[in-house]
Write a protein that binds this ligand. Structure first.
Ligand SMILES: *Cc1c(COP(=O)(O)O)cnc(C)c1O
Length: 373
């Protein structure tokens, strides 16, 4: 439907940056799109839809309970509200009306207090929580996490993400042990993670995923957890959750996407290497450019093309080149967070071989000054 691009004067995008919110995250498969459409075209008893899709997802994941929410950020805010409000009917409707007297401290390792596109702390505050940092910017042990817990603690929040400090920080398993010892729940934000079972199995009470990232569903989020905690999260639909309502189309679309994710074979790292090899070979013919295959730093089966620019040879900074590629007729986005070191990475999962060739030609044109065909 290129007319949408024309109608609103939008730029076409080649997304070599991975699952990025600023580019629309992912493009769900045809049967997920069909399921979304089916959802849009029918009525349901919504409580029934929420409960039964949640039970279906929970059974697929071997968990007690699950719930589709509007996004992972909403999952964090509603999970925080859930562990504070629990069954309290007055608080459900008056979370922000008066200073809280029930426990509402949310303890997280200091190195997990990140900005994932919006600050973690903003979601905690939306849920009525007060953020309490444990440990230091560069370390948080089980003992340091323990030391931050008081009778005012409502939950431990653990952010499992490449955004966080990894060095000298405790594992999810260790955080679960601390939570059990102090009898407080553990909430894990695993928004962009690929394993939908591991953190629950590690002992987390609530685990949150982003629906459109690894799972490639529609814009949505998933909360998986223990029976009582998920029920408390559901109750928030009559509280703060109403401002983050998920529709029937999102609920059904994500449920289908999860089933696909668990049963369908994913593109393997070896297949990614095969797809990117002609691209890398082409780039290596350009003066001042050095490209190679690198593997995901977090150990996932993802291969990416690392492109190194010799800035003296190409006569411009990598940052300028990255910007020029975004500004071209078709906007090309890389993973650019090492641009200051002269390095960008291309994530080829959402890129076709033809688009890889377009990227190569665009880089070539920018470096040689010749017009692109
Ligand atoms: C992407 C992300 C989020 C937010 O997910 P949304 O579904 O976009 O709200 C939260 N936490 C982490 C670690 C993320 O990577």
């Amino acid at each position: 439907m290129s007319s949408i691009y024309e109608k609103y004067h939008l730029k076409q995008v080649i997304n070599a940056s991975g699952r990025m919110t600023i580019l629309g995250v992912s493009t769900p498969s045809a049967d997920v799109v069909d399921t979304v459409k089916y959802g849009l075209n029918h009525y349901f008893e919504m409580k029934d839809l929420v409960d039964k899709t949640g039970a279906w997802i929970a059974s697929l994941l071997g968990a007690e309970n699950a719930l589709v929410v509007s996004c992972a950020s909403a999952g964090i805010a509603q999970s925080v509200a859930a562990v504070i409000v629990k069954d309290n009917a007055w608080l459900l409707e008056n979370l922000h009306a008066a200073p809280l007297t029930v426990p509402h401290d949310i303890v997280l390792p200091k190195g997990h207090n990140v900005n994932f596109g919006a600050p973690v702390g903003t979601m905690v505050a939306l849920g009525g929580g007060r953020l309490v940092e444990a440990g230091y910017a560069n370390e948080c042990s089980a003992e340091q996490l323990s030391a931050a817990i008081t009778p005012q603690t409502a939950a431990i929040l653990y952010i499992k993400s490449h955004h966080c400090v990894q060095k000298s920080h405790l594992s999810v398993e260790q955080a679960a042990v601390v939570a059990r010892k102090h009898n407080v729940p553990l909430i894990v934000d695993a928004a962009a993670e690929e394993d939908l079972q591991r953190y629950y199995q590690c002992g987390a009470d609530l685990v949150i995923y982003s629906g459109a990232k690894a799972i490639e569903g529609p814009t949505s989020g998933l909360v998986v957890g223990k029976q009582q905690y998920v029920e408390w999260v559901k109750r928030q639909s009559s509280g703060i959750g109403r401002a983050m309502k998920v529709g029937k189309e999102g609920i059904l679309g994500l449920t289908q996407a999860i089933e696909n994710y668990l049963t369908q074979e994913k593109e393997s790292g070896a297949q990614m290497v095969e797809k990117m090899t002609p691209f890398i070979d082409n780039l290596n013919t350009l003066n001042g450019v050095n490209a190679r295959v690198v593997w995901d730093a977090a150990g996932r089966d993802i291969a990416r093309a690392e492109i190194h620019f010799d800035e003296a040879a190409i006569g411009q900074t990598t940052g300028e080149l990255v910007q020029a590629l975004k500004n071209g007729a078709v906007a090309i986005y890389f993973r650019g967070y090492k641009a200051n070191e002269g390095i960008v990475e291309a994530d080829v999962r959402s890129v076709t071989p033809e688009q890889l060739n377009t990227i190569y030609l665009s880089i070539k044109a920018l470096l040689t000054g010749e017009k692109q065909a």
